[in-house]
Design a protein around this ligand. Sequence first.
Ligand code: FEO
Length: 403
Amino acid sequence: MKEAFKAIKVTDHVYWVGAIDWRMRDFHGYATPRGSTYNAYLILADKITLIDTVRASFKDELFARISSVIDPGDITYIISNHSEMDHSGCLPEAIKMINPEKVFASNIGVKTLNSQLDFDREIIALKDGESLSLGNLNLSFMETKMLHWPDSMMTYVAEDNLLFSQDGFGMHLASSERFADTISDEILHYEAAKYYANILMPYSRLVTRLLDKVSDMGLKIDIIAPDHGPVWRKDVGNILESYSKWAIQEPTCKAVVVYDTMWESTAIMARAIGEGLGAGGTSVRLMPLMGSHRSEVVTEILDAGALIVGSSTMNNNMLPGMADVLLYLKGLKPINLMGAAFGSYGWTGEAAGQIEEILTAMKVEIVGDAIKAKYVPDGAVLEQCFSLGQLIAGKLDNACSVR
Ligand code: FEO
């Protein structure tokens, strides 16, 4: 193993020594069809330092990559920027194998690590703004509580203008490419947006605060080295700008129509709503749950201005797939959306009302009454659906135009 897995140079001082998980397809409910990476970094300073580790099952790959440049026993410090298991899973064993002088984490990180794992030594807490000398290089630490765990922190290397950003600015993307500038823009943009929507969206206000803080501090950032996906080393301003835009979730003239259907009645309603939206000049994404995963739905919502949701009624409830998606969306707290509910039914018809209730709880501005169709929508109901689409398109157009 030792010969096959190499460290990749990021700067004169920093090497990527992480692991590539080509197989992962689900990250607790977030579909990851392109797999992921668990990034760890080695700083070759006077005091050699390891930033984060990897998922426990990838420990051998981490150590093989470290061993391709140094003897792991030469590592003086280990810093845990984030205690979630994909970055700390092999930390106890890594500490035993390396026997570093000191191990550091944020104040909350110390508690979280000790709550999850067994360590044979003290982990030292670092304060927000604290610095650590590595001899010829200097590190400084920035607490980023709830981005996206309470323990989260980032580490900055002043000499390289490099920010180790743990999960921030990351993406789930297994690739042989280590740098964002060697990956297609389409994949980068989609996977970065998907990661933001599925992991960071609920903490958007904190993202804005962090970006403001970085700007106020005048922190020069040339390289962002996250814990997942590629390293950003060119045009770093682009990903910072995307985060700034995603964090405020400014509505665009785009509507997402999500639906699940039993016998196509709710599907026909969805298509009629889509026609009305399109006729009103709105860009439309129709997302049948038959072919759309919850994590794709929230990715589309990230830059949308409207969310229209439909389900047939089954056993006095919305269909289970829709309940799943709405529960997931509610937790991710999207903002600045208008929307409506619709759905077909045979004899009781609760689904549309239940959906409207959840959308209201999510602070979606409800536009128009929920539309219900008994068994199969007739021409009048489809006209109602078309009109709802047009009504939302008109409101969206106003909202987009006043920006
Ligand atoms: Fe990649 Fe929050 O762990």
